[in-house]
Design a protein around this ligand. Structure first.
Ligand code: ADP
Ligand code: MG
Length: 697
């Protein structure tokens, strides 16, 4: 139950003065549906409105003047502005309005009236002309000059909701913020010299200088820490409760050892380490919740396969779920032969299985004669019943919804024991951010590539050089090579992007043999069919709108061309690039950009040219780009923070995680006075152990 003291913040934004039915949707879109959301919307800038005189005015600056209205000058033709000439004793100032406010303006500001006006000062026609202000921000009676703020906080604005209107709402929200008990550790606060919560909010909304707008300003760090602590606490609570759920005890078994011995290669050190971490979990008697992270091609599937063999040794079934038919099929092809050689039964179940064939597979899954089940969403459909599922492995886990993952997990629950979960992801998350994305999971990293891979030669090229690139492609294709050509979603409209991709495909098809196109709006079966033709070598250039099939293995594909590369996150570019360089051929990646390239864009592409390590790339990208969604992480389950900036506040993340752990160790039910205050904090951010904390859990 939400404490009453928070009610004023947890009501609709329409309770704020001036937020009527027209404005409410705009505020909701900008900030969120409740007053708390307005309170937590940080300003982005400030405007100084220094009071001055016409002879001292500085062009291009926002300034305030006290003037006498001298004359109204109606437009002499339609489409021309209404002008007011004003005088302040040192010179003339022209105030300008486009569109017909005229008669109203004349009534409001009659000749001879004294007014304070504020706005951006310009001299449009050079020295000769008079100073002017087009559409003054303020024009008020001289007596009310004090209403014009000297320093005005700027908020993000949208069409129909100017920053100035939002500022009023923010200040009202601030006035409603109650005094709350302190939830931060007093020693930490003192050491970091952080203000109290309410004080910090007041400072947030009243910056006095540019320095106050920095995420490093103390009030901002205080609020960021609050948010990170609320999140880390919820993650830690969830981790603790998961730990308390028992899971079937599965010791490492003979089958898995035999499977490992039969591999045509030796596991890398990172694979061995990850596998032993997984085995530790499986044998512990507690339910495993582990994420296996590693670049595309780092060898996650083999590790998953050996864990599945362990489950079978222990007498259990395991399931491996992939987001697409083609990925599921590839996994099946990788693991079926080695496991079947040991006498296990491996089955593939996808949406394509129908009728009697499907019924036979389901029967085998239900009676336990199939040990390892590989598939797509088909794995958790209602009529799929498992005999004794004890381990689920989810590849590209962020491509499934929370409920989809849960439905598969629920298929195995028996006798109060949970099903072990191993999630796999190829999205490189910098170590510093791991705690925020996967704080409630244990993480194993494969940060070492199998030996013998040649790095992909990467270079950037301006889009006008496409014809040259096409010529080179022609030669490579004649030599048997295959290529990906990625046309990402860049405009607001999917239709426009789709047309761009279709045009590109048509253009390439005129000049190159075997061009195929896949895009996000195709029915999955059609998409799979084109992909399959690419895998089979019938298509030599695959034009794709997005990262259609990260993880798909086409060893013969050795060329990757990415259009609009400057608009991608580096992590994404790296993932795309990871789809070539898997076979014997020398591989290359061309990053196309529209010139000119900004300095930062140049540096980012350079990182990619120099490094081949996904984690390193992600870390560097984070440093370079700072706030926002630097790595395109939103799709990977990154939490949407309001006040914390994962880049600028990353030093606080680990502290908050430690703090959360310590709090729970001392006061697991949050009953102490600080515990009570922390519950308030969690309510404030809606981050409780049961709420959707991220997409990973
Ligand atoms: P991921 O799932 O991480 O993208 P995969 O498991 O599909 O990577 O492995 C990519 C390729 O590397 C596969 O062909 C696999 O057989 C091979 N591979 C995996 N581990 C090793 C290793 N230790 N040594 C050599 N090759 C390996
Ligand atoms: Mg894979």
């Amino acid at each position: 139950m939400r404490p009453e003291i928070l009610f004023p913040l947890f009501t609709s934004v329409s309770t704020l003065k001036g937020v009527g039915p027209r404005v409410a949707p705009l505020v909701e879109k900008l900030a969120g549906p409740i007053v708390r959301d307005v309170l937590f919307t940080a300003p982005t800038g400030l405007i100084r409105r220094g009071l001055t005189t016409v002879d001292q005015a500085v062009e291009g600056q926002v300034q305030t003047f006290v003037v006498t209205i001298d004359a109204h000058q109606p437009p002499h033709r339609l489409g021309y502005p209404w002008k007011i000439r004003a005088w302040d004793g040192t010179g003339f100032l022209t105030l300008i309005w486009f569109k017909g406010h005229g008669p109203h303006l004349e009534r409001q500001h009659p000749k001879g009236a004294r007014r304070a006006v504020s706005g951006k000062v310009e001299r449009p026609d050079g020295y000769a002309s008079e100073l002017q202000i087009a559409h003054p921000d303020y024009i008020v009676d001289e007596a009310k000059a004090g209403d014009i703020p000297e320093i005005e906080t700027v908020y993000p604005a949208t069409h129909g909701l100017p920053s100035r209107a939002f500022r009023k709402f923010a200040l009202e929200a601030l006035a409603r913020a109650p005094a709350l008990p302190e939830w931060q550790d007093p020693a930490w606060r003192e050491c970091e010299r952080l203000p109290g919560w309410r004080e910090a909010l007041a400072a947030l909304h009243a910056p006095a200088s540019e320095a106050d707008l920095s995420p490093l300003a103390r009030p901002r760090r205080r609020l960021a820490y609050d948010e990170l602590l609320a999140h880390q606490l919820a993650l830690a609570q969830r981790k603790a409760s998961r730990r308390a759920t028992p899971g079937p005890r599965i010791p490492a078994g003979a089958l898995s050892e035999a499977a490992e011995k039969a591999l045509p290669f030796r596991l890398t050190g990172a694979q061995i380490r990850s596998l032993s971490e997984i085995r530790g979990d499986l044998a512990s008697g507690e339910r495993m919740s582990r994420l296996l992270q590693g670049d595309v091609g780092s060898g996650k599937t083999v590790v998953a396969m050996l864990a599945m063999a362990d489950a079978v040794s222990g007498g259990f079934q395991s399931a491996l779920m992939a987001p697409t038919e083609i990925l599921a099929r590839q996994h099946f092809e990788t693991i079926a032969a080695p496991l079947e050689a040991l006498g296990l039964s491996v089955v593939l179940l996808t949406g394509r299985d129908k009728g009697a064939g499907r019924a036979a597979k389901l029967a085998g899954i239900a009676d336990g004669s199939h040990h390892v089940i590989v598939g797509t969403h088909a794995l958790f459909q209602d009529d799929v019943v498992y005999n004794n599922l004890a381990l689920t492995i989810i590849d590209e886990q962020h491509r499934f919804g929370v409920n989809e993952r849960r439905r598969l997990q629920d298929k195995g629950a028996h006798g109060g024991e949970g099903v072990h979960l191993l999630a796999m992801s190829a999205t490189p998350i910098p170590r510093t951010l791991e705690l925020t994305v996967f704080g409630d999971l244990d993480v194993s990293r494969i940060d070492e590539k199998p030996p013998g891979r040649t790095p992909v030669a990467t270079r950037a090229a301006p889009t006008p050089r496409v014809p040259e690139i096409v010529e080179r492609l022609r030669g490579a294709i004649a030599g048997g090579a295959q290529a990906f050509w990625i046309c990402p979603l860049v405009s607001e409209s999917e239709k426009v992007d789709l047309r761009a991709a279709e045009d590109r495909a048509a253009d390439l098809a005129r000049r190159l043999p075997g061009v195929g196109l896949v895009h996000g709006q195709m029915p999955p079966a059609e998409k799979d069919a084109v992909m399959q033709r690419f895998v089979d070598g019938e298509v030599s250039v695959l034009v794709a709108t997005t990262v259609v099939e990260v993880g798909v293995n086409v060893p013969n594909a050795s060329i990757m061309v990415i259009e609009h590369a400057d608009r991608f996150g580096l992590a994404q570019l790296h993932q795309l690039r990871g789809r070539v360089g898997r076979g014997a051929r020398e591989s290359s990646c061309v990053l196309l950009y529209d010139p000119p390239l900004s300095d930062v864009a140049q540096q980012r592409l350079d990182i990619l040219r120099r490094s081949d390590d996904g984690f390193e790339i992600a870390e560097k990208d984070l440093e370079l780009r700072g706030g926002g969604d630097p790595l395109g992480l939103k799709q990977s389950g990154f939490p949407a923070y309001r006040l914390a900036d994962p880049a600028a506040h990353r030093d606080l993340i680990a502290v908050a995680a430690d703090d959360a752990r310590l709090i729970l160790a001392r006061d697991p039910n949050l009953t102490s006075p600080r515990g009570q205050a922390l519950r308030m904090l969690q309510e404030l951010f809606d981050w409780k152990p049961t709420s959707p904390l991220n997409e990973a859990g």
